[in-house]
Ligand binder design. Structure first.
Ligand code: FAD
Length: 646
C-alpha cells in the first residue's frame, strides 16, 4: 500500500485561473476550509493571458445596453444552443462581478467622465468589454490573488496561521478525483518538483482547469491546457456536453513558425483594425451570413462610420462572431488570396495614429515587434485561425455548477459546458469565470456544510492512482492487445502525432471520412500511449508529466471527434464540409459523452467502440419570456417548427 500524505479540507478547487480563484474566495467567505491546487505557478493561468476584456452590460458607453441585450447577443453567438439559464444568469450577474472586482482593487480603464470604459467586440451589440488596455486578465488575476492574500491575513489574525482556511498548492497536478461510493471524497495529486504524491480529502471538489487546446497543433493555449478537468470529470462519472464545439479564433500569428498560433486579440478589430486579402480587399463584406445580414454594414463607408456613430450605422463585418470570421479567412486562403505565410492581413497601421495603437494595444505592439520583427504601427499583421477555446465541457446544473451525476463535483469556467452554446463571444469567458466561479464556490461550500457524514477516502483507490501515475517508469507491453516486449513509446512523439491528427482531421473544417480516420489514429495512439515510457526519476520530469497528460488529451480528443462525427450540420465552432448548413432540428439536440465500460480492456483498442459512448438528449425548451426578447422573424431562423409552435 502506498504511503501518501493526506490532508482534510471542506472544498478543494482544482485550478487557479479566474474561475478557480473566484470559487475559492466564495467558498472561504462562506466558511468552508478551502484548498486551491494548480498545475503551474500561482498566477500563471490562461486567465492572465486574456487581453480584450470582460463582457458585462453596464451601459457605461452606450446606455442602450442591458442584460437582455447581452443575453440576446450571447444566444445569437452560440446559435441558440446555449444552456439558456446559464446565459441568463451570466448576463444578469456579470456587471455585479465587475463592480465587485473594482471594490477589491482592480483598476479598469475609464471613460472621459470617469466610469469604467467598455470596448467593442465581435457579436456584442454595444461597447461592452470592461478592460485594462489589452492586459485585462492580468488585472483580474492580480485582484483575485490580492483578495486571497487579504483573506489569509484575516485568518492569520484569528488563528495565527495564514493557511488555516485557505491554502494554495502550486505546481501540483491532480490526476484523479477520488470517490466514496458515488460521492466525491477528494483528489489524488503529485507535486511537479519532487514527484511526491499526496491526497486532499474533501467532500466537495470544484474543477476549474480551463481548456483543451494542447491537443491541437496550432493553438493559442499554453502547455497546461491538456483537458485535465474534462478527463477528471469523465473518469469520475460525469458526462461531457457538446464537445464538438471547439473555437478557432480567427486571428492567431502565422509567422514565424515558432510562434504560430499565438493570439492576436480581437480588440485589434474592435478598435478599428480591418482584414484584407492579398488583393487588398476587405473581404469580410462577402461573408455576412443571412442570419446576420440586417445587423452588419453593407459598405466600408457605413462600417467605418459606425465607430463614431453606432446609433445610425451598422457594425463592420470584421466584428462578426469568431466562427464566421475564422471560416472566411480559411476560405480566402484556400482560394489563393492569402498572405505570404498562409494567413490574411490585419491592418491597424492605416486606421489609427501610431501613438493610439501603442496606447490601446501595447501588448500587440510588443508581441509583433519582439516575435516577428513587425511594427504594427507601420505595416499589417499576418494572421490566421488558431485553436483557442472549447465550448463543450462538463455537463453542469445552470444555477449551482454541480456536475451531473456525481454528488460533490462542481465545474466552472472553460471546463464547464453549456454557457456558450456552439460558439463563445469574445469577452464572455472572463465574465463566465466570475459569475459561475462564484456560484460553484458558493454551492460547493453549502454542499460540504450540509453533508451529515464526511465521505472517506479508500486506500485501494489511492494505490490504483499511484500505480497509474507510476506506469510510465515501467512501460512495457503489458496491456490487453499489445505485443509484449515492445519498446516504450516516447510521449513527445505521441503528443506531436495527436496534435497533427486533431489539426488535420478534426480541425476547423470537418469531413466524415477524415473524422473516421482520426478515430482510428486515436485508437492506435491510445494503445501506444499506454506504453509511453520515461527515463530518470520523479523529481521535476516534464516527460513523465506529459506521459500522464496524454491520457487526458486522448480522452478529450476522442470526445471531440465522436461528437463532431455525429452532428451532421454546421453550427458555430463546428463546420462540416459535407453538411454545410445549420439545421433547425439539430438545435434540439445535445450530445453527451461518457466513458464506456472501463473494465472492457479491448474497447481502448477498437476505434469503433473506443472509450467514449455518445448519447443524444433533448435541449431544455427556452423559457417563453426569454424567447419574447427576440423578433419572431429571427427565431424562425433558429428554432425547429415544433418549438415555434410550442
Ligand atoms: P484557466 O485560467 O485556464 O486556469 C486553469 C487552471 O487550472 C490553471 O491554474 C492550471 O494550472 C490549472 N490546472 C489545469 N489542469 C490541472 C490539473 N490537472 N491539476 C491542477 N491544476 C490544473 N476570454 C475573455 O473573456 N476575454 C479575453 O480577452 C480573452 N483573451 C484570451 C487570450 C488568450 C491568449 C487566451 C489563451 C484566452 C483568452 N480568453 C479570453 C479566454 C479565457 O482567458 C479563458 O477561457 C479563461 O481564462 C479560462 O479560465 P479558467 O479559470 O476556466 O481556467
Amino acid at each position: 500500500m502506498s504511503v501518501v500524505d493526506r490532508q482534510e479540507w471542506d472544498v478543494v478547487v482544482v485550478g487557479a485561473g479566474g474561475a478557480g480563484l473566484r470559487a475559492a474566495v466564495e467558498a472561504r467567505e462562506r466558511g468552508a476550509r478551502t484548498a486551491v491546487i494548480c498545475k503551474s505557478l500561482f498566477g500563471k493561468a490562461h486567465t492572465v493571458m486574456a487581453e480584450g476584456g470582460i463582457a458585462a452590460a453596464m451601459g457605461n458607453v452606450n446606455s442602450g445596453d442591458d442584460w437582455q441585450v447581452h443575453f440576446r447577443d450571447t444566444l445569437r453567438g452560440g446559435k441558440f444552443l446555449n444552456q439558456w439559464r446559464m446565459a441568463e444568469l451570466h448576463a444578469q450577474e456579470a456587471p455585479d462581478r465587475v463592480w465587485e472586482l473594482e471594490t477589491w482593487g482592480a483598476l479598469f480603464d475609464r471613460t472621459k467622465d470617469g466610469r469604467i470604459s467598455q470596448r467593442n467586440f465581435g457579436g456584442h451589440e454595444y461597447p461592452r468589454l470592461a478592460h485594462v488596455g489589452d492586459r485585462t486578465g492580468l488585472e483580474l488575476i492580480r485582484t483575485l490573488q490580492q483578495k486571497i492574500v487579504s483573506l489569509q491575513q484575516e485568518d492569520h489574525r484569528e488563528t495565527g496561521d495564514y493557511e488555516s482556511r485557505l491554502k494554495v498548492f502550486q505546481e501540483c497536478t491532480v490526476t484523479r478525483v477520488l470517490k466514496d461510493g458515488g460521492r466525491v471524497s477528494g483528489v489524488f495529486a503529485y507535486e511537479r518538483e519532487s514527484g511526491r504524491f499526496f491526497v486532499l480529502e474533501a467532500p466537495a471538489v470544484v474543477v476549474a482547469t480551463g481548456g483543451i487546446g494542447k491537443s491541437f497543433k496550432v493553438t493559442s493555449n499554453s502547455w497546461e491546457y491538456t483537458g485535465d478537468g474534462h478527463a477528471l470529470a469523465l473518469l469520475a462519472g460525469a458526462p461531457l456536453l457538446n464537445m464538438e464545439f471547439v473555437q478557432f479564433h480567427p486571428t492567431g500569428m502565422v509567422w514565424p513558425p515558432s510562434v504560430k498560433g499565438i493570439l492576436v486579440t480581437e480588440s485589434v478589430r474592435g478598435d478599428g483594425g480591418v482584414l484584407r486579402n492579398s488583393e487588398g480587399k476587405r473581404f469580410m463584406f462577402d461573408y455576412i451570413p443571412d442570419v446576420f445580414k440586417e445587423k452588419y454594414a453593407e459598405s466600408e463607408d457605413e462600417g467605418d462610420r459606425w465607430y463614431d456613430d453606432p446609433d445610425n450605422n451598422r457594425r463592420p463585418p470584421e466584428l462578426l462572431p469568431r466562427d464566421e470570421v475564422a471560416r472566411a479567412i480559411n476560405a480566402e486562403v484556400k482560394a489563393g488570396r492569402g498572405s505570404p505565410h498562409g494567413g490574411v492581413f490585419l491592418d491597424v497601421s492605416t486606421r489609427m495614429p501610431a501613438e493610439v495603437i501603442k496606447r490601446r494595444l501595447p501588448s500587440m505592439y510588443h508581441q509583433f515587434k519582439e516575435l516577428a520583427d513587425v511594427d504594427i504601427t507601420a505595416e499589417a499583421m499576418e494572421v490566421g485561425p488558431t485553436c483557442h477555446y472549447v465550448m463543450g465541457g462538463v455537463a453542469v446544473d445552470s444555477d449551482t455548477a454541480a456536475a451531473r451525476g456525481v454528488p460533490g463535483l462542481f465545474a466552472a469556467g472553460e471546463v464547464a459546458g453549456g454557457m456558450h452554446g456552439s460558439n463563445r463571444l469574445g469577452g464572455n469567458s472572463l465574465s463566465d469565470l466570475l459569475v459561475f466561479g462564484r456560484r460553484a464556490g458558493l454551492h460547493a461550500a453549502a454542499y460540504a456544510a450540509e453533508l451529515g457524514e464526511r465521505p472517506t477516502v479508500d486506500s485501494g483507490q489511492i494505490d490504483a492512482a499511484a500505480a497509474e501515475a507510476l506506469r510510465p517508469f515501467s512501460a512495457e507491453g503489458h496491456i490487453a492487445g499489445a505485443e509484449p516486449g515492445r519498446p516504450p513509446e516516447n510521449p513527445y512523439t505521441l503528443h506531436q502525432e495527436l496534435q497533427q491528427t486533431m489539426n488535420d482531421l478534426v480541425g476547423i473544417i470537418r469531413r466524415e471520412g477524415e473524422m473516421r480516420e482520426a478515430l482510428k489514429k486515436l485508437a492506435d495512439l491510445r494503445v501506444r500511449a499506454r506504453r509511453a515510457g520515461v527515463e530518470g526519476h520523479r523529481q521535476f520530469n516534464p516527460g513523465w508529466h506529459l506521459a500522464l497528460d496524454l491520457r487526458n488529451m486522448l480522452l478529450v480528443s476522442e470526445c471531440v471527434a465522436r461528437a463532431a462525427l455525429e452532428r451532421t450540420e454546421s453550427r458555430g465552432g463546428h463546420t462540416r464540409e459535407d453538411h454545410p448548413t445549420m439545421e433547425r432540428a439539430w438545435r434540439r439536440v445535445n450530445l453527451l459523452c461518457s466513458l464506456t465500460d472501463p473494465t472492457d480492456g479491448l474497447a481502448a483498442t477498437d476505434p469503433v467502440r473506443g472509450q467514449i459512448a455518445l448519447t443524444r438528449e433533448d435541449t431544455e425548451p427556452i423559457r417563453p419570456d426569454l424567447l419574447a426578447l427576440f423578433e419572431k422573424e429571427e427565431l424562425v431562423k433558429y428554432l425547429a417548427e415544433e418549438e415555434l409552435y410550442e
